[in-house]
Write a new protein. Sequence first.
Length: 505
Amino acid sequence: MNHAGMLARVKKRKRPVEAGAQDQVEVKFKEVTLYLVERKMGSSRRNFLTSLARSKGFRVEDVLSDDITHVVAEDNQAEVLWAWLMGHGLRDVSRLAVLDISWFTDSMREGRPVRVETRHRIQVREPVVSVSVYCSPPTAVANVSQYACQRRTTTENHNKIFTDVMEELAESSEFNESKGPCLAFRQAASVLKSLPSAVQCLEAIQGLPCLGEHTKAVMEEILTFGRSFKVEELRCDERYQALKLFTSVFGVGPKTAEKWYRRGLRSLKEILTEPSIQLNRMQRAGFLYYSDISKAVSKAEAEALGCIIEETVHWIAPDAILALTGGFRRGKEYGHDVDFLLTMPEMGKEEGLLLHVIDRLRDQGILLYCEYQGSTFDVSKLPSCRFEDMDHFQKCFLILRLEQGQVEGERGQQRDPGDSRGWRAVRVDLVAPPVDRYAFALLGWTGSRQFGRDLRAFAQKERQMLLDNHALYDKTKQLFLPVTTEEDIFAHLGLEYVEPWQRNA
Ligand code: CTP
Ligand code: MN
Ligand code: MN
């Protein structure tokens, strides 16, 4: 190589550690292969230590590979070091001894690799469980169905440590329009939510449906290190952060969020101060009440709203049928909104009901925002085989004003002296199907989303039936099945009845 070529090489890449190679005496300790982390140590000290170790018969490699058994670092923060290691695509990092320089100096002093002690290890924290050591006998997983409608999932989630991560990965896939991976992570989270206890080792999930290689790799990471580096990286990702923030605004979907992100906008303040951005009515309400409606709604608040809605509906129509649906019907303690279903015992009398309710709420001075959608329900268009289809019933998406004094446990209470406003805004959904569709609507609007999705998939794939929020159609018999209750629907599908509080899939 000529002189200029040499210079170019030096400039382009960091000079590889070459010094020390000539110091290698015969390798005495064949079971040990060291790698010294240059970060914080610096290249000259690394070269020096490499020479020293080689002169004492240690094998030291310059490049991190699957051959390495011992990684030695100096002054590295455990989190940063592990994240860096995880990023190298090694086959099995859990087999690596990741050690502080103290192990190295002890070994140099002794002239042999000393036994690794806990004090030598660089650990993020105590691993939650060591993968193969504290493994409870595998739970009986043989009977877990791939369909959420054949599992019972209460609000008690023993595997939150995994499902939170899966849900974030699903959300990120959704932002990237990767439908397959998104669904896979959602299904995996759903299966884990149904388990009666916490997964403590990979062996315990053998045979479980819906857990692919990708999911298992994430779970292994969490089992070994108590965290997922992939998700931690994701959480620092600028695009993910921005899209998550933007879609947290009522009325902003992934498409709009992406558009704003592409225009270089990163914060809600930037959105509001950007003159060229035209917000629609829903988004304006979303920003106006952002701090309130981004705060979870408690069960007590949902109950207080239930009283207000009931009073309002029955003032208009004393024989109206009203039911709480959504997450609160499933027994959740908190929700992002409160969902109600209402109808009239006599067919056709439900027409106009919702508009009356809206008027009445406005008269009471508690209607902060209302988006009303009239019915587009047409019996002749049934059945629909599109899965994510919105239903055609009259409905409205509201923001209501809830007085603190109306909430049980908060009466006369001033929790935060700085917040003397005494009320909060809450998102409320109302749906009003005709009474002969009531059971379908109730089942659909009770959710969870995953439960409903799997009910429809089960109907289609296992029973050759089509189910949506309006009807159940038997393709073999070519007829609509008669239904008055949720139980009827499960029975037609040949499924055991699953209570609302067991549908938190
Ligand atoms: N749903 C529906 N059709 C719509 C909107 C919602 O069938 N057009 C269903 C969803 O599948 C969901 C349920 O209605 O299962 C309630 O929706 P939502 O309020 O978004 O979710 P919750 O499960 O109530 O969760 P949260 O507590 O966060 O509100
Ligand atoms: Mn809800
Ligand atoms: Mn809702």
